[in-house]
Design a protein around this ligand. Structure first.
Ligand SMILES: *[C@@H]1O[C@H](CO)[C@@H](O)[C@H](O)[C@H]1NC(C)=O
Ligand SMILES: *[C@@H]1O[C@H](CO)[C@@H](O)[C@H](O)[C@H]1NC(C)=O
Ligand SMILES: *[C@@H]1O[C@H](CO)[C@@H](O)[C@H](O)[C@H]1NC(C)=O
Ligand SMILES: [Zn+2]
Length: 284
């Protein structure tokens, strides 16, 4: 009995660990997708409804972490969650940076967003692509590309190898940005209610940031989506906010939390707005 409990504990913590290696946590992705689905045009909302698996009940946010769950059965997808860059350059260059660990080009989150956007343009036509999967991948990767440490440095795996303390708890810096800042905000300001945080961000999209939203949505001329821009902003945020004052062994507390939370809220908002804008352009 005791042995089983220990085994179960070990398995659960393993699952917990591997689940948190790459990607906004469950909540960050859910918020991005909720923001997006509420902004869809009628045509896009209808296409999304058609493409979502039945078990999602037309709720995109319920399947936004599907791409994380299949990372281990579909091993080839694991490089598609991030786009790390050489350390300290603080810029993203597609030709230099969008490749997997074996150097195969296009295999990064930016390449994946372009890939699944192009596939979805086949909607309504004869296609060999699985457009349900394309939608779930796109919705997830659009979140990931907005998490600054998904465009972090190759040398520390986007902060995964930087051990810090989040208040009293041992964490790595990547996980602090995936989940801890969001969780602490929910505990402290939103009564542990993810919906309240989502609503607060949504309110700011129509108030605080209303003048900027059109810029977030825009891509140059004929592009359906522009993940190069999203990744470039992400690397800058990684340098300016995520890595800054967070070296190995640092203890991150209120100073770090309170100054970085606005960046996270902004990135969640931009991810949601841009996912909607991309889907609205796809399904015109
Ligand atoms: C594009 O999507 C297809 C189908 O899921 C996949 O086989 C291919 O590896 C993807 N490539 C990139 C760069 O995402
Ligand atoms: C497309 O992918 C989904 C999710 O993996 C799967 O459930 C579905 O059966 C696939 N559809 C086809 C036609 O292969
Ligand atoms: C919303 O905007 C207000 C005013 O700028 C700010 O104080 C608040 O922290 C913002 N909340 C979120 C979740 O962005
Ligand atoms: Zn991910």
């Amino acid at each position: 009995m005791e042995y089983n409990k220990i085994q179960l504990g070990a398995i659960l913590s393993f699952i917990f660990l591997v689940q948190n290696i790459q990607g906004w946590g469950e909540e960050g992705h859910a918020i991005t997708c909720k923001i997006a689905q509420a902004r869809l045009t009628e045509a896009a909302a209808d296409a999304v409804k058609q493409l979502l698996p039945a078990y999602a009940n037309n709720d995109l946010s319920s399947v936004c972490t599907w791409a994380d769950r299949v990372k281990f059965s579909l091993r080839w997808t694991s490089a598609l969650h991030f786009a790390d860059t050489p350390p300290k350059l603080c810029n993203f260059q597609y030709a230099r940076d969008c490749k997997d660990l074996n150097g195969v080009k296009d295999r990064c989150v930016v390449g994946a967003i372009n890939n699944y956007t192009t596939q979805l343009l086949d909607y309504g036509k004869d296609t060999q692509h699985n457009l349900t999967q394309a939608l779930l991948f796109l919705s997830h990767y659009m979140g990931d590309v907005h998490q600054p440490l998904h465009t972090g440095f190759t040398t520390d795996k986007g902060g995964n190898t930087i051990d810090v303390h989040w208040y009293t708890r041992k964490q790595n810096l990547h996980h602090v940005w995936d989940a801890n800042i969001i969780e602490t905000a929910e505990e402290r300001f939103y009564d542990n209610n993810i919906d309240e945080y989502f609503k607060d961000i949504q309110k700011n999209i129509t108030k605080t940031w209303s003048d900027e939203v059109a810029d977030w949505e825009a891509c140059s001329s004929d592009e359906t989506t522009c993940p190069n821009v999203y990744a470039s902003e992400g690397v800058k945020d990684a340098c300016q906010y995520a890595y800054k004052d967070a070296p190995e062994d640092a203890t991150l507390e209120d100073d770090y939390f309170l100054s970085r939370l606005p960046i996270i809220s902004l990135r969640l908002a931009q991810g949601g707005v841009r996912l909607a804008a991309t889907l609205n352009r796809i399904f015109q």
